[in-house]
Design a protein around this ligand. Structure first.
Ligand code: NDP
Ligand code: DGY
Length: 328
């Protein structure tokens, strides 16, 4: 009797680091089709590409909703996202269809925490402004109060969402001489003892912190969390940093808080939308530092993320244990 060997179909929504592609091609269990570009796959191509797919490897910029799941159809066994955040995926629909999900926690924690510290220091000590002044001739002489900012020594830092990345940020900030480390979230964490973290209500964190760092997941509960009311409770000298997701912040309210002097300055690695239009009001402010979502952007981290997402995908296709399966 003739045995038919069926090769499973996989769609990848973008060029990913070679480390991941190599794993998929060497496994020999799937036929990969790839949106062969560094730019996002157009929606129509995504819907075409997933048709009949058993596996989908996607990015945080791909909206994986009912339409995409319907286009994929009943073959779909696994979605592997090259990210730890999963707010771009319709989890209820995915669950209903029994599709497994892989993601990339832990492997990007250090890189993202490092970037958060870099952004915090750059924002609080006004590094981008200083660089511009050197280049445009604004540096006339040493002046006692010119380009003064805020330092971490003796400060109170508040971390919203002391998860993997929040904790890694706290570990890195403490040696700068932070006096109090506050955190808020849904539950107190026993591991916070390592950084002498105090679990406090959000209002306490917001009003007592010199640096407010947002590192929580984007959920219906955290969407728009940092709004007018939130900024109005912050100190006028406080620094606001967000490396989680743009939608946690109401950007109009942030603009008002920054332009009115309600808060001192803000550093954002994430915005709504992404990219932020170049004529966006936030980009007119000297006291707002905006980065293009580069928290995990080191060569080695992105290579490891690609490996992990390829291995998650293979495990999902083969019905074995995933290295990092999202349980939901
Ligand atoms: P974790 O799941 O480890 O941490 C998420 C934290 O969010 C948890 O501590 C959780 O607290 C907290 N949280 C959830 N709901 C709330 C709430 N209502 N109020 C306050 N806190 C809440 O995830 P990671 O640390 O690995 O990643 C966090 C996020 O960082 C990702 O979801 C992603 O959006 C973002 N990210 C951004 C990157 C970038 O490039 N800028 C890179 C990587 C990640 P609790 O346990 O108490 O519920
Ligand atoms: C994530 O993984 O969620 C980041 O935003 C990108 O690494």
């Amino acid at each position: 009797m003739e045995r038919s060997i069926s090769i499973m179909k996989v769609f990848i929504t973008r060029r990913i680091p070679q480390e991941g592609m190599k794993i998929l091609s060497q496994a020999g269990v799937c036929k990969v089709s790839l949106w062969d570009s560094d730019e996002p796959v157009p929606r129509v191509e995504l819907l075409k590409g997933v048709e009949g797919a058993h596996g989908l490897l996607c990015l945080l910029s791909d909206k994986i909703d009912t339409e995409v799941l319907d286009a994929a159809g009943p073959n779909l066994k696994v979605i592997s996202t090259l990210s730890v955040g999963f707010d771009h995926m319709a989890m209820d629909e995915i669950k209903k269809r029994g599709v497994r999900v892989g993601y990339t926690p832990d492997v990007l924690t250090d890189a993202t925490a490092e970037l958060t510290v870099a952004l915090l220091l750059a924002t609080a000590r006004r590094l981008p402004e200083g660089v511009v002044e050197v280049k445009n001739g604004g540096w006339s002489t040493w002046k006692p109060l010119w380009l003064c900012g805020y330092g971490l020594s003796g400060s109170t830092v508040g971390v919203i969402g002391l998860g993997r990345i929040g904790m890694a940020i706290a570990r890195r900030l403490n040696p700068f001489g932070v006096k109090r480390l506050l955190y808020s979230g849904r539950t107190a964490k026993s591991y916070a003892a390592e950084v002498e973290g105090e679990y406090v209500p959000l209002d306490t964190l917001v009003s007592e912190s010199d640096f407010v760092v947002v590192s929580c997941a984007l959920t219906p509960e955290t969407q728009g969390l940092c709004n007018k009311d939130f900024f109005s409770k912050m100190k006028n000298t406080a620094v606001f940093i967000n490396t989680s997701r743009g939608a946690v912040v109401n950007q109009e309210d942030l603009y008002q808080a920054l332009s009115s002097g309600q808060i001192a300055c803000a550093g954002l690695d994430v915005t709504t939308p992404e990219p932020l239009p170049t004529d966006h009001p936030l980009l007119t402010l000297k006291n707002c530092v905006v980065l293009p979502h580069i928290g995990s952007a080191t060569y080695s981290t992105r290579g490891i993320m690609a490996e992990l997402s390829a291995n998650n995908l293979l495990a999902g296709l083969q019905g074995t244990d995933m290295p990092s399966e999202l349980k939901f």
